[in-house]
Design a protein around this ligand. Structure first.
Ligand code: FE2
Ligand code: FE2
Length: 283
């Protein structure tokens, strides 16, 4: 069993809009023009409609009503627009229930949204990370998509064995997946994003979020790794274990993350929970 064969076996993942994938490749470029974003979005009616609905919902708190993509980009600025579009475009996928993986409808989506928000908090706290905020946000949003693939392609017995090993041996989910399947959800998520031709930085960050890379650059996987831990503290999901709550020693040492710093970032993430829940109810 390889990550690619599992990705090829998935039948039920909704397709991601071409416009969202095009925008993702724009994210990787250092200078993105508002006009480039508008042009890509204009050809996707569904995404445009969702975007305008989001802009006019109370959860965004905009003062004026928004009636066109151009206006939305002008008011929000391209970084915020990109994050909002990524959230709307990929929300449908992470919203899928994966009961086999003991995740209920919306649980993975909430964890993904909190993780994406947490990446921004980490970047604000670690200015030396010099990551592109929209790229990092998107990597946080997509980091656990591999769980959906596993939930749909791996047999119930193997999934039960993974859950059982986590509890019995007190090992991480990713370690238990490695033992039972010979690969983990991070690797599978990376293969899925590669098949969508997402920017390599995002693919690598997703692939390595449980084996974070701190050197050499890029260190996006380490940012997503920390954000995942923050999200587990701020908004616990059923079945999470102690390993979900610890930052890897190498990352903690590299960026001086002690308990106090982690608590501070978790506190900041908690302040966004209500916003995340309001957003989920609307999108
Ligand atoms: Fe994960
Ligand atoms: Fe996660």
């Amino acid at each position: 069993m390889t990550a690619i064969t599992l990705v090829q076996k998935v039948k039920n993942l909704p397709t991601v809009s071409e416009a969202a994938l095009k925008l993702l490749s724009l994210l990787d470029q250092s200078s993105v023009d508002n006009e480039d974003i508008v042009q890509v979005l204009k050809y996707d009616n569904v995404l445009t409609a969702k975007l305008l609905r989001a802009c006019n919902s109370p959860s965004l708190g905009l003062q004026e009503s928004v009636s066109s993509v151009d206006q939305a980009v002008l008011i929000l600025g391209h970084q915020q627009i990109l994050r909002l579009v990524m959230t709307l475009a990929f929300g449908g996928i992470t919203k899928i229930a994966s009961m086999a993986y003991t995740m209920e409808v919306n649980e993975l989506w909430e964890h993904s949204l909190v993780s994406a928000t947490a990446v921004e908090i980490v970047i604000a706290d670690l200015p030396e990370s010099d990551a592109n905020a929209s790229v990092a946000f998107t990597a946080g949003l997509l980091h656990d998509l591999g769980k959906l693939v596993l939930g749909q392609t791996v047999g119930a017995d193997d999934l039960a064995e993974i859950r059982d090993r986590c509890e019995r041996k007190q090992i991480s989910g990713s370690q238990a997946e490695q033992e039972v399947l010979g690969l983990d959800h991070a690797e599978v998520g990376g293969a899925l994003l590669r098949s969508w031709r997402l920017p390599l930085g995002i693919v690598e960050a997703v692939e390595n979020h449980h084996r974070p890379v701190t050197k050499p650059e890029p260190r996006l996987s380490a940012l997503v790794h920390i954000a995942n831990v923050i999200a587990h503290h701020a908004s616990p999901v059923p079945g999470q274990n102690l390993h979900d709550l610890r930052v890897a020693d190498t990352v903690a040492a590299e960026w001086g993350i002690n308990e106090e710093k982690l608590d501070h970032m978790v506190g900041a993430a908690r302040q966004y929970l209500e916003h995340v829940e309001r957003f989920m109810a609307m999108a």
